[in-house]
Design a binder for this molecule. Structure first.
Ligand SMILES: [Fe+2]
Length: 489
């Protein structure tokens, strides 16, 4: 067995950990709000074996599901386990990596043909009492929320036809329906996209397929009260390139971006395409909503190119991370028009990992949170995560135009994406829970969960839990209140 590559994707904070642990009775410092009672699930990529290819990166790592539980007695428990995907089990049996490049099955060991190669490492999704570990290149794996045991690949009881499901689902706060899509729904580099609606009981109510303008990385989407919105940015896949052993994704700056809009309970034949700027890219959207005049607003963390070096470089785009332009950007369209162009306006700073209260999903909203880089920080950011640098500034944005509020970390510290925990009093903005990583020595790190008052993040954490175990950066997380865990059990 070889060693892990000594690249930014495998050293320092990104060094593989791969240990399954269960730690009970951790001390909570400070005052834990009574509403922060439940479990914070996180998806953590962590390769169980050194990759077959030296230029592999973080997002290929086997999915681990992590749970931080806030207990009734005021303590916290921490546990992390591998998601036992078909790929993970095949590699465990062999004692080495059997699957090749990121999302290219033509580079796998020949006898792995046909084995599900998703790593379920992107978002833990909770809906209808089920916990699903998702990654957009395959179907999710269902995991026991208590034991973190893997229960197997999940296809909504045999109902799902799509070969893929996004890691970025949307849940309507009023109907409790789950809306999702899957791109490359019928095979590698295909333009086919599935669009699915799941009832509050977890039953798949509808699945429709449509063609995107081209095969794009569709990482996230949004719903509003009446519409489903599908953004298309020109990070594209090509079957011939894959067959030749190349990368799944290249970014094509000369291609147009698009926003597909349809009534969310409509037929895909009603989908209308609105053209956006060439070459832009966004991983995550904050929200979409309709104003009183009927216009539809789509708020995304937009960048001038793809944020990942492992996609830019093979595409021939050689820029430094700090040369990338970005902003929280609004695209406005008239959803009743027969297509056209988006109207673009900048509504916030550059950054990523936007968070809103679940109750604001698809509705006009007053505030949201996101991560960014502190322009005033004296000293380097903490290296780590898929981009290579951890965000070190948490923002609370007033969507009505008021000044933002910020919480800055010291040099060599970084935020993982927070989750929002609603408060019982609807007038209270609730709480944020986030993992903060801080380098405290040569390859030594302090990992803490911070609980913040969502309306007053600048005051710093109201409670903290130190996790006495090495943590690799997460991708996304999900908060599940204890009452929902209890009723699911
Ligand atoms: Fe994401």
């Amino acid at each position: 067995m070889g060693a892990y590559p000594q690249t930014m994707y495998f050293v320092g904070l990104n060094e593989p950990v791969g240990q399954e642990v269960s730690l009970k009775g951790l001390t909570v410092e400070g005052t834990l709000p009574p509403e922060v009672r439940g479990s914070f699930y996180r998806a953590v990529p962590d390769p169980a074996f050194p990759p077959k290819f030296e230029n592999d990166h973080t997002l290929s790592g086997d999915g681990m599901v992590s749970r931080l539980s806030f207990n009734a007695d005021g303590t916290a428990d921490y546990a992390i386990r591998f998601v036992e995907t078909a790929r993970y089990l095949a590699e465990q049996a062999a004692g080495e990596a059997r699957f090749g490049r990121y999302r290219n099955p033509f580079t796998d060991d020949a006898d792995m043909a046909g084995v599900d190669r998703t790593v379920a490492n992107t978002t833990p999704v909770w809906h209808a009492g089920r916990l699903l570990m998702t990654k957009e290149d395959g179907r999710p794996y269902r995991v026991d929320p208590k034991t973190l045991d893997t229960l197997g690949s999940y296809d909504f009881g045999g109902a799902l036809k799509s070969e893929t499901m996004t890691a970025h689902v949307r849940i309507d706060p009023a109907t409790k329906e789950l809306f999702f899509y899957g791109y490359e729904a019928d095979g590698l580099a295909s333009k086919t996209v599935s669009y699915c609606v799941v009832g509050p009981d977890g039953a798949l109510k509808s699945e429709q397929w449509f063609d995107a303008p081209y095969c794009a990385m569709m990482h996230d989407f949004t719903i509003s009260e009446n519409y489903a919105l599908f953004p298309i940015y020109p990070t594209t896949a090509d079957l011939e390139r894959l067959k030749a052993g190349g990368e799944h994704w290249h970014h094509e700056p000369e291609l147009d971006s698009w926003l597909g809009v349809m009534p969310r309970y409509g037929d895909v034949s009603e989908l209308r395409w609105f053209k956006g700027p060439k070459g832009v890219h966004s991983y995550h959207m904050m929200n979409a909503w309709e104003d009183e005049t009927g216009l539809l607003h789509f708020d995304a963390c937009l960048n001038s190119t793809n944020a990942f070096a492992f996609i830019r470089e093979p595409s021939g785009i050689h820029i430094q991370p700090w040369e990338m332009q970005g902003a929280l950007t609004r695209w406005t369209v008239d959803p009743k028009a027969d297509g056209g162009e988006v109207q673009e306006s900048v509504i916030g700073p550059p950054g990523d990992f936007p968070v809103i209260p679940a109750a604001s999903q698809g509705r006009p909203y007053t505030h949201g949170w996101m991560l960014t880089m502190n322009p005033e920080l004296q000293g380097p950011p903490l290296a780590g995560g898929p981009v290579g640098a951890m965000f070190n500034l948490l923002l609370r944005l007033d969507m009505r135009g008021g000044p933002p509020q910020a919480l800055a970390l010291p040099p060599m510290a970084g935020f993982n994406e927070p989750v929002h925990v609603p408060a019982t009093d609807p007038a209270h903005e609730g709480w944020l829970v986030t993992i903060v990583d801080q380098q405290i020595g040569d390859n030594a790190f302090l990992h803490q969960a911070w609980v913040l008052d969502a309306a007053n993040i600048a005051a710093g954490p109201v409670a903290k839990v130190t996790i006495p175990h090495r943590l690799r950066p997460q991708v996304h997380g999900w908060w599940v209140p204890q009452a929902q865990l209890d009723s699911a059990a």
